[in-house]
Design a protein around this ligand. Structure first.
Ligand code: GDP
Length: 342
């Protein structure tokens, strides 16, 4: 009997915010065409150029205008895939990309490589490239080197996510991390998927001790290993039930087991992601969560640049850190930075 696919298809409805006319004008280039539209028409080459410009001149007027435009026209569901090295993230990412592509969704992948691993072994991005079809115009893969600051995210990860979020149906951010840094991906992702390897107690201990935040979806990888995977799944469910009590309104953490190398459990994981997207779309949750991300980003970016003292100085000078609702946090960071450097 052919496998029955149980997808809940969530339409990729772009969120729109009411914007003042000045802001709308800023979203267009000199010819009046939306900056995001121009970028979308330019395909992968234009996106690669825009990302290079983002890295080179993160606070130029042009970069900030593009980011503002992209921030105002989000389209993708952003997924953060995280867990320790070797857990099977890249293999799973390849499967997820294939699953999204099979239903016609476009996917942008950001693979954040910890710089310490740059010298040894394949980079995540390279491995991802091996798993995806380079001819496929619907998949874009970009790897970025992480720095120590910003908790394991590359300096431009958040900005690149916002840019790609305006262009694709799904954005997948893959980050390595053990302990706290892995949850920093929550600064950019709507949904955090945390991978646990069979027979590795550490991640579960971290979770029980409250060292890492509770993910939205927890996945035991390498389910083909049978008994250790079954035990890990039971342990994971136990760890989650011991974790801090969650509000009744909270998202019920989804737990599943996958064998990415065999392609098993992927449909179930995709179904969980669809449920999560539908949940976020209710009661204004997605917009509110993204506003919190934007505020967190302003604080983190300023802290990375000016330290705690600089942040306190911004507070003393009455500079509001939170960007106005719906406005890009990047412009806010640039404004406050300019004031602090004065
Ligand atoms: P990452 O470092 O977390 O990105 O992990 P990789 O995806 O590179 O996988 C690490 C190793 O685990 C590789 O040798 C994979 O072949 C292997 N692996 C990945 N997924 C599975 C799986 O589902 N089952 C088994 N048995 N091995 C897997």
């Amino acid at each position: 009997m052919p496998a029955v696919r149980r997808f809940i298809v969530v339409p990729a409805t772009p969120l729109t915010w009411v914007r003042p006319p000045g802001q709308l004008a800023a979203m267009c280039d000199a010819t009046g065409v939306s900056r995001v539209e121009t970028l979308a028409r330019g395909g992968k080459a234009a996106l690669a150029r825009a990302l290079a410009a983002l890295e080179r001149t993160p606070e130029s007027a042009e970069t900030l205008a593009l980011l503002d435009a992209a921030y105002g026209t989000p389209r993708a569901q952003v997924l953060g895939l995280t867990g320790p090295p070797g857990v099977g993230k890249s293999t799973l990412a390849g499967r997820l990309v294939a699953a999204f592509r099979s239903r016609g969704e476009s996917v942008g992948v950001i693979a954040v490589d910890p710089s310490s691993r740059r010298s040894g072994g394949a980079l995540l991005g390279d491995r991802m490239r091996l798993l995806t079809d380079p001819e496929d115009a619907g998949v874009f893969v970009r790897s970025m080197a992480a720095r120590d600051r910003l908790g394991g995210l590359a300096d431009i990860t958040v900005a690149a996510t916002v840019l790609m979020r305006a262009l694709f149906d799904k954005v997948l951010i893959e980050t390595v991390g053990v302990g706290q840094s892995e949850t920093d991906v929550a600064m950019a992702a709507d949904t955090v998927i945390f991978c646990v390897q069979p027979a590795s107690g550490d991640s579960l201990q971290f979770m029980k001790a409250g060292i890492i935040e509770i993910p939205d979806i927890a996945v035991v990888t390498k389910a083909d290993l049978q008994e250790p995977a079954r035990r890990a799944l039971a342990d994971l469910k136990g760890a989650l039930s011991l974790a801090a009590p969650r509000e009744p309104e909270a998202w019920p953490v989804a737990v599943s087991a996958v064998s990415a190398s065999r392609g098993e459990g992927i449909d179930e994981l995709v179904a969980s992601l669809d449920r999560r997207a539908a949940w976020l779309a209710e009661r204004d949750r997605l917009r509110r969560a993204r506003q919190v991300q934007a505020e967190t980003w302003v604080v983190e970016a300023l802290r990375a640049r000016f330290g705690r003292v600089g942040l306190a100085r911004a507070g003393k000078r009455g500079l509001a850190l939170a960007p106005p609702p719906g406005a890009s946090p990047f412009a806010r960071v640039a404004e406050i930075a300019a004031a602090l450097e004065d």
